[in-house]
Ligand binder design. Structure first.
Ligand SMILES: [Zn+2]
Length: 695
């Protein structure tokens, strides 16, 4: 019956995802795009891409760079276009219809890519070119592209025999299932738990915490009550401020037991199977361990190099944490407490110690960190460093009325990019902050200017007041804008080398480096002005703010590095060693001398970075690897005596922000700095080389 009806309705309007876009800068016409447009557009995109891949694979002419590698770069345009719009909406402005489609799309996506990445005929052409690369007369960027293309196919298993390939496909499918199960279990344990907060349970908690706890209660159908959940945004401030030691213990224990409760959500068996399948796939590909496989394609290159960095940071961080522990124990005694400091006490007493040492709390600086002024500050630094100018455009379609768009021009007035800023939290947006793009820079067939997005979750100001940022928020804004610049300043020929298409342990360099400008007195004095009086940040507050940044870094570093070390051990030791995950965790922590008062930032059963998927498996160290470079890189400006020194800024543009994945990252870094990064810069930035009293 429905079929008969369908034949009677007029032919539907054309799918906007399949049309050329008649908007300013050919941007997506968001108002015209509806959820039902996506699946048909994806089907068309998959079909187009598959036809292109078949044509490249069976091209009767002998393989050459143009008919194989360049042709692959040209293939899949519609798929990139549709995916970019879809993923932006699913993360920044989703709805139940889109989330349902997302499940279907991720399955279809895996089924689309598997046969391409294992296509023996196509890989044969790429491998032939790779073998003869010295004779092809390629430019440095083309050489790099051939290398990356070959590596991508080779590492996916394209060169294996048929039996190994089919086992590989089975393993990948099982790992995809286990990764999803891992995150669902975690979510399950998080959703089941809540703590009702009566009046007597709220001592020490801020008004904004209690307001959020009331909102959480209404959301769960308990209007009029107040509850906290196991979300980090509840747990961290609760442990910092609640005076109720018994409740801190309860919350801490529930938080660190997620995925480890011997219930249906228990992740221990999933971890054992994931590690064993990863080991098997690494061996099929000819590597002794998964870490060796994973790290071959990174800046670090080997597990030994990663361990070297982590151990170098571990020792001074642990020493600092132990000294801080003693100071915190002293505060317990002063408070009249007769107990040994426990993990659920650390944040509470650390906050007291910070008040005492730095005489600073976040609330004092917030009135000076107005969102719009901090955006201006980020733009101004980009102007001084790279000559960029930003002018707001009201005529570019957006996915939500809060999204703002700026046209970005370079020092000669040429159009360079569009920058979309989507700053405010809302129910349709995922938590966290990220940079992404609707279109990447390339110039394979004429210049294509990028469309770059920053998404954050800041609170709006109440009743017409401006939005005020916490110091963490302001830092996040600069971090994501640093990623944004990596996309906007990209100047490469080939799309797959564009902007942020670099190693995981290099990608945080442009973002973490940009954070340094946000905390410079010169920048703060100009842009941190009181939202009511317009007064600049008083010097005394500015000094205390900068000093407070180094506070409790022993704890933060120990939390992070211990997690990174466990990740590395899971993936370097034989999988059989971790059959009992809890015992493995205990032994490893004992080996490194983990202070009993601190726990891992992510216990294994909650370590979604490494078990929900494999992007950060044996790769959690990446943030710190990038931090070694960013701490050292900013030193180049300090040594020049000017945080906007034009000569250093030019090198930064040439070697880091514009080169995307077109160069080996180590060569690019050395070209910028004139030498390898000096690891002590990281320790200095975290204040771990100073005596505890000074920090
Ligand atoms: Zn980042």
């Amino acid at each position: 019956m429905s079929e008969t009806l369908e034949t009677l309705v007029p032919s539907p309007a054309p799918n906007p995802l399949l049309q050329a876009w008649q908007t300013p800068f050919e941007t997506p016409p968001f108002a015209e795009i509806a959820p039902e447009h996506f699946l048909p557009a994806f089907e068309q995109a998959f079909a187009d891409h598959t036809a292109e891949i078949t044509a490249i694979s069976y091209d009767p002419s002998a393989p050459d760079f143009a008919n194989t590698v360049t042709a692959l770069e040209r293939a899949g345009k519609l798929l990139s276009k549709v995916s970019a719009v879809f993923h932006d909406l699913v993360s920044a402005h989703s709805n139940p219809a889109l989330l349902e489609i997302d499940k279907e799309v991720s399955l279809r996506m895996a089924r689309h890519w598997n046969p391409i990445m294992m296509n023996a005929v196509l890989f044969g052409r790429i491998a032939l070119l790779h073998d003869n690369r010295a004779m092809l007369g390629l430019s440095p960027e083309q050489n790099r592209l051939l290398e990356r293309t070959y590596t991508r196919f080779h590492r996916a298993g394209a060169g294996l025999d048929e039996a190994a390939k089919s086992r590989m496909a089975e393993i990948n499918e099982r790992l995809a299932h286990l990764g999803t199960a891992f995150s669902h279990h975690l979510l399950g344990d998080e959703q089941e738990w809540f703590l009702e907060l009566g009046e007597a349970d709220c001592d020490g908690l801020s008004d904004s915490f209690i307001a959020a706890a009331k909102a959480a209660a209404s959301e769960r159908g308990m209007a009029g009550k107040a509850i906290m959940t196991l979300s980090r945004s509840f747990v961290e401030p609760f442990l910092k401020t609640s005076t109720r030691r018994d409740l801190r213990e309860k919350v801490f224990k529930a938080f660190t037991a997620r995925g480890d409760n011997n219930n249906d959500n228990d992740n221990n068996t999933a971890i054992v199977e994931i590690l064993s399948l990863r080991e098997e796939s690494a061996k099929l590909l000819g590597f002794p361990t998964f870490a060796a496989y994973r790290l071959e394609d990174s800046m670090a290159k080997t597990p030994e190099a990663v361990r070297g960095l982590l151990e170098r940071v571990w020792k001074p961080a642990r020493a600092r944490a132990l000294a801080d522990r003693d100071a915190l124990q002293g505060l317990v005694a002063e408070d009249g407490g007769n107990f040994a400091l426990a993990p659920w006490d650390w944040r509470y007493y650390a906050e007291k110690l910070r008040q005492r040492r730095a005489n600073f709390d976040d609330a004092a600086i917030k009135p000076y960190l107005v969102l719009d002024h901090m955006i201006d500050a980020a733009f101004d630094c980009a102007h001084r460093l790279f000559g960029l100018s930003f002018s707001e455009r009201k005529d570019v379609p957006v996915w939500h009325p809060d999204v703002r768009v700026w046209e970005v021009t370079d020092g000669t007035g040429q159009h360079k990019a569009l920058f979309y800023g989507d700053y405010f939290a809302r129910a349709s947006k995922r938590s966290g902050a990220w940079m992404t793009s609707l279109r990447d820079q390339q110039k394979l067939d004429g210049a294509v200017a990028p469309l770059i997005i920053n998404v954050c979750n800041f609170s709006k100001g109440a009743d017409g007041e401006p939005s005020l940022l916490s110091p963490d928020d302001a830092r996040t804004l600069f971090h994501e804008f640093g990623h944004g610049l990596h996309g906007m300043l990209s100047d490469v020929t080939y799309p797959s080398l564009s902007g942020t298409s670099v190693f995981t342990d290099f990608v945080e360099l442009p973002s973490q480096l940009y954070e340094h400008w946000q905390e410079q007195p010169q920048v703060l004095r100009q842009f941190a002005r009181h939202y009511q009086t317009g007064e600049p940040l008083p010097d005394d507050l500015l000094k205390r703010f900068i000093a407070a940044r180094k506070f409790n870094q022993g704890f933060a570093t120990v939390e992070f590095v211990s997690s990174a070390l466990i990740d590395l051990e899971f993936h370097t030791q034989p999988a059989s060693a971790s059959r009992d995950v809890r015992a493995f965790e205990r032994n490893e922590l004992e080996k490194i001398g983990m202070p009993a008062e601190i726990s891992l930032r992510h216990r294994p059963q909650q370590f979604g970075h490494i078990f929900s998927g494999d992007h950060y498996a044996a790769g959690y160290y990446s943030y710190m690897w990038s931090e070694v470079m960013d701490a050292d890189a900013f030193g180049a400006f300090e040594e020049a005596g000017d945080i906007f020194d034009p000569a250093v800024a030019k090198r930064l543009y040439d070697d880091i922000y514009s080169s995307g994945g077109s160069r080996d990252p180590e060569d690019a870094y050395i070209a910028f700095r004139g030498r390898e990064p000096e690891p002590d810069a990281l320790l200095r930035r975290r204040g771990l080389l100073e005596t505890p009293e000074a920090a």
